[in-house]
Design a protein around this ligand. Structure first.
Ligand code: 3EB
Length: 340
């Protein structure tokens, strides 16, 4: 049984892996003092070791048989802080943060998200890690409406407002992102930021999300399809949540297998584009990567796992989670970390 799958060299300061639980720091070459953060998923949430580092708790059922948590760790010394409701850890190069916020009925999601991102940007500026590389947004009831406006659209609006407040032309450097709906718990925004910028990558098969036509949101989503970051010695590619979208339209509504194949074509095109833009060829099938697969209907785990198994062979690690996706016709979405 593989207890750790991931980039464990930590060269350049950042390692990431999926760790089989139960697990104790010290195992898998991750020391208790080298943890940048943990992302744990499950209903109920899995136990994690009592380590002083940010923990993102996401109430989202795990559909995989194996229970794993995602661990971000460092080969350099880490310091852990808490400021303005944000837990974060940094090592001089990279900052991993978690902002969890309980919602109240009198505050719409656009304001919650705007305030969250403003707090994050202010923190990043003050701490000296101004480049936001990657965000994960876990949002209760993402598809519901508030006062006639879908909550995902409210998220896009609030996020856009915060981005433009800190950068007049933010589309040059939008982070890679995931937005997934949960059934309970806080609004959780998890993020990775750096002292020095990464390289955003778009997908030639897809219209850039920040240029989507307005029917998808009154403000187009503020994210890049991927972010490439050279940590010095090792480069990572963070692929945003990737769906069966070609151009700006959903393809294969109602057909999970066809959606999955479209996603695989999108990821392939994204990696090809990244190689073109950065001259780094990220391997996709050599066991060097971590994927998270978000599935709307739990029963779809069967065809999705079967097909992915055929395509990927012995891949690094795949975590299957049940979540709600941003468009009603999407059944599956995949995000990934690749390294070279
Ligand atoms: C899409 O491509 C699918 O709003 O940050 C995927 C990843 C999606 C991130 C976001 C939305 C976001 O439009 C939905």
């Amino acid at each position: 049984m593989i207890v750790y799958a991931g980039d464990c060299t930590g060269s350049g300061g950042l390692g990431i892996g999926h760790v089989l639980i139960p697990w104790q720091p010290g195992e898998c070459a991750i020391g208790a003092d080298s943890m940048l953060g943990i992302m744990r998923y499950g209903v109920p949430l899995p136990e994690v070791p009592a380590v002083d580092c940010p923990v993102a708790s996401v109430s989202m059922p795990i559909l995989s048989a194996e229970q794993r948590v995602e661990v971000w760790h460092s080969s350099a010394p880490v310091t852990v802080h808490r400021q303005g409701g944000i837990d974060y850890a940094s090592n001089g190069q990279v900052l991993f943060g978690v902002y969890a916020r309980q919602e109240s009925e009198d505050c719409f999601l656009d304001l919650v998200i705007e305030e969250s991102y403003v707090a994050i940007f202010e923190l990043l500026k003050a701490a000296g890690y101004p480049h936001l590389l990657r965000t994960w947004n876990y949002i209760p009831a993402i598809a519901k409406a508030q006062d006639g406006v879908e909550r995902y659209h409210r998220l896009c609006l609030g996020r856009y407002k915060a981005f433009t407040r800190f950068d007049p032309a933010p589309e040059r450097a939008f982070p890679a992102a995931t937005v997934i709906g949960t059934t309970q718990g806080d609004v959780v925004v998890c993020f990775l930021a750096a002292r020095h910028a990464g390289i955003p990558v778009e997908n030639p098969r897809q219209v850039s999300a920040y240029r989507y036509p307005p029917q998808y949101s009154p403000r187009s989503p503020s994210f890049s399809r991927a972010m490439v970051k050279d940590w010095g010695g090792r480069a990572h590619l963070y692929a945003s949540g990737t769906a069966s979208i070609v151009g700006y339209e959903t393809h294969h509504a109602g057909d999970v297998r066809a959606q999955l194949d479209e996603i695989l074509r999108n990821l392939e095109a994204l990696l090809a584009q990244a190689a073109h833009a950065t001259t780094i060829a990220f391997p996709r099938r050599a066991g060097e990567g971590l994927l998270k697969v978000y599935i709307r209907r739990p029963e779809d785990i069967v065809p999705v796992r079967e097909r992915l198994g055929q395509v990927l062979g012995t891949y690094g690690s795949v975590l299957y989670l049940q979540g709600e996706l941003c468009r009603k016709d999407l059944l599956v979405e995949i995000e990934g970390v690749y390294w070279h």
